[in-house]
Design a protein around this ligand. Structure first.
Ligand code: PLP
Length: 441
């Protein structure tokens, strides 16, 4: 048996590893062995277009020598030091570089190792913010029904994605969920007639805060443009503006989860910048390190950070790998690459072109909706365009079929959706590296 065959056998979901390997869309894993730009190759030297940037994170493309060089230099100089005991130069440099990307008022980043951790940290940061201001009773975090904020216990508690959490319930916290605010399948449109998923869906969040008791609500968390739970969907104008007003009125922190959409993917540095709204905390990960190292970050607005400046021990949080010097050096190199190649602009321009091309899919009856911003595009499939009922093969059956068909045609795709809270929305997420050009798009 060759090494390749052995790995293939071992990574087959549910066989030799007894399920102790992440799930694949396909029955068997294809083993990817190297990459270059938007392309990856498997162990048999078949080439695939990576139309999903690894896992929506390899935004600068694969195999960048600049990043490998920065990693090597830092690993040789200092691979690790404890952030609980010491500061380190690469982490300080990286947080300064991040502050060049973040909107005005966001100068600091709490560095962690993933998107889930970034959201966990944001939830805890919001909690401690209220605690320090004498509001110990504010702990609930409201989120939207079709949402994904991560797989750790707290991040999962605020996610509305049954397929990823049902076997874990009841979770440690069962936080309230607001309408998804997604125009194509708005939960409130039928009730109110018309485009309710702007201000009306935001008002539903207000009612939820009132019902729960404002003195118990700490934060509202949302993805500005939704990823895995509702590919490329975003609410009508007016939604985020109204959410901002409501959060101010009830002293609830507004957290935007930019783990997938942030760092240029939607054609703005952060997706919330498509609307004229300033959140209280931004979370990021994926594109923040381009996939070259596991990194995430929690970025509080100055007015939140200031509360922690007056606290003796600061934010009561930390992991062994927080503010990791090697990861930080990699992150800086990735963000410099983005600057040097104007990748945020490129995402906007090529994204517009790719969006037009995806709209051509409407010629197929089974395409219900094409949406998204920049290079974060979702296509939703339906069995019947009028009724929006699902495809005959929905959920995981659809996902396997689409993923395998993609590989057979030399392209890596990211199918998802299925049954979420009584609604079907099988979709595919199209998120190529921000380096692609019109020709490839
Ligand atoms: N938030 C969003 C919007 C995501 O898309 C993801 C991952 O896909 C996460 C959080 C969790 O990030 P991670 O997988 O790095 O823990």
């Amino acid at each position: 048996m060759t090494k390749h065959e052995k790995i293939q056998r071992q990574t087959r979901a549910g066989t030799d590893l007894g399920g102790m390997f992440p799930r694949a869309f396909a029955d068997e894993f294809v083993t990817i062995v190297h990459g270059d730009g938007p392309w990856v190759w498997d162990a048999d030297e078949n080439r695939y277009l990576d139309a999903i940037s690894g896992n929506q994170n390899v935004n600068i493309g694969h195999g960048r020598e600049e990043v490998a060089k920065a990693a090597k230099e830092q690993l040789e100089r200092l691979e690790y030091t404890s952030s609980m005991l010491f500061a380190n130069e690469p982490a300080m440099e990286y947080t300064e570089k991040i502050a060049e990307f973040t909107p005005d008022g966001f100068e600091k980043t709490w560095l962690v190792s993933s998107g889930s951790e970034a959201n966990e940290s944001a939830i805890k940061m919001a909690r401690q913010y209220h605690y320090e201001r004498g509001n110990q009773g504010k702990y609930k975090v409201i989120s939207r029904r079709r949402s994904y904020h991560g797989n750790t216990a707290g991040a999962m508690a605020v996610s509305g994605f049954p397929a990823r959490k049902t076997k874990m319930e009841p979770l440690f916290a069962n936080f309230p969920k607001a309408p998804s605010a997604t125009p194509y399948r708005c939960e409130r449109c039928d009730a109110d007639g018309g485009h309710a998923c702007g201000v009306e869906c935001a008002n539903a969040v207000e009612r939820l805060i009132q019902d729960e008791g404002p003195e118990t609500v700490s934060a509202f968390i949302t993805e500005p443009v939704t990823g895995a739970a509702n590919a490329g969907a975003y609410p009508h104008d007016g939604y985020f503006e109204r959410i901002r007003e409501i959060c101010d009125e009830y002293d609830v922190l507004f957290i935007v989860d930019e783990v997938m959409a942030g760092f240029g993917r939607t054609g703005e540095n952060f997706a919330i910048e498509h609307w004229n709204v300033t959140p209280d905390i931004i979370t990021g990960a994926k594109g923040m390190s381009g996939g070259y190292s596991p990194i995430g970050g929690t970025m509080p607005h100055r007015r939140i950070a200031e509360v922690f400046e007056g606290v003796e021990d600061g934010f009561q949080h930390g992991h062994t790998f927080c503010f990791n010097p090697a990861s930080a050096a990699i992150g800086t190199a990735v963000l410099e690459y983005m600057d040097d190649h104007d990748l945020v602009d490129n995402a906007r321009k090529v994204g517009a072109h790719l969006h037009d091309r995806c709209e051509e899919f409407y010629e197929y009856d089974f395409v219900g909706d094409v949406r998204g911003k920049g290079l974060m595009i979702g296509v939703e499939f339906v069995g019947d365009r009028e009724t929006k009922e699902p495809l005959p093969e929905t959920g995981s059956e659809f996902q396997s079929l689409l993923f395998e068909a993609g590989l057979d045609n030399g392209i890596v795709t990211y199918p998802g959706g299925g049954h979420v809270d009584g609604q079907y929305g099988d979709h595919v997420l199209i998120t190529p590296p921000l380096t692609i050009d019109d020709e490839l798009a």
